[in-house]
Write a protein that binds this ligand. Sequence first.
Ligand SMILES: Cc1cc2nc3c(=O)[nH]c(=O)nc-3n(C[C@H](O)[C@H](O)[C@H](O)COP(=O)(O)OP(=O)(O)OC[C@H]3O[C@@H](n4cnc5c(N)ncnc54)[C@H](O)[C@@H]3O)c2cc1C
Length: 320
Amino acid sequence: MAEVLVYVDHVDGAVRKPTLELLTLARRIGEPVAVALGGGAADTAATLAEHGTVKVLTHDAAEYAEYLVVPKVDALQVAYERVSPAAVLVPSSAEGKEIAARLALRIGSGIITDAIDLEAGDEGPVATQSVFAASFVTKSRVSKGTPVITVKPNSAAVEAAPAAGTVEALAVSFSEKATGTKITGRTARESTGRPELTEAAIVLSGGRGVGGAENFALIETLADSLGAAVGASRAAVDAGWYPHTNQVGQTGKSVSPQLYIASGISGAIQHRAGMQTSKTIVAINKDAEAPIFDLVDYGVVGDLFEVVPQLTEEIKARKG
Ligand SMILES: Cc1cc2nc3c(=O)[nH]c(=O)nc-3n(C[C@H](O)[C@H](O)[C@H](O)COP(=O)(O)OP(=O)(O)OC[C@H]3O[C@@H](n4cnc5c(N)ncnc54)[C@H](O)[C@@H]3O)c2cc1C
């Protein structure tokens, strides 16, 4: 069976969920071979094996933490040359897309970014993308070289599928370009305790209808009752009610959770662009004519200041 190279996104050996989702998709195409780099790389092996990885190629060096993406691209290229895979899959983060694009250029391959699904095809894997502000769904296939494909978080379910997960060390010598851009400082973001917006299974967003920074506490309380991340429309962000890092949309983050609840958001095309691929969409808006209701699975016409607290109470009551 053909091998499929999967680039592992991990934090000190803890594998992030989008990588486990990639393994589900990789198994549709072939046998997953993972590439884990940096501190704790070898610690990823047990989790990767539980999710179908036959081999884990690892390498640790200070360069991965000290310089921007090129050392990782060098290592992924070494892995690619060693495995000759049927495809290379990378999580669709900003860093993942840069790594994937650089690799594709180096190996002369076509690339597909931000896939939301992947299936085996007679002439290579077929990727589904949601394009033009989610107005169209396209299917494409790389027609030149080994397909390099980045996949958005929440595109597949995480499935256990025990496999060998044999760890093998990768011998990497870095290119001259590897040390071209040095990381000069890191400031940890203050943790909210909530999941990362782009990876969360549930996202609750507030818009101009929330009416003020202090009222976002309503959205946050509901989010916490569901273990959800909190997003915001640009109007709410521009008003200074919520941080820009939480903006959902064309000029913010793109999210694709299982459940997206929009409160006090009208549904402008630029907002839709960042959330329209969500599996189930719910809107709470007091204007029955708001365009957001055109794309929802469930709509509540009502004042969010009445609906959101009731919803929070109901969820808490049901959770006991
Ligand atoms: C180049 C460009 C890029 C952009 N990028 C983005 C982007 O990334 N993300 C983004 O979100 N926008 C983006 N925008 C802005 C976008 O066009 C809209 O202006 C914005 O999304 C509107 O935000 P909103 O829905 O919160 O506000 P509004 O459009 O003002 O809607 C507020 C809604 O709240 C409802 N409401 C009010 N009070 C209540 C209440 N008490 N209870 C229930 N409902 C209530 C109203 O009925 C209304 O529908 C961009 C615009 C441009 C030009």
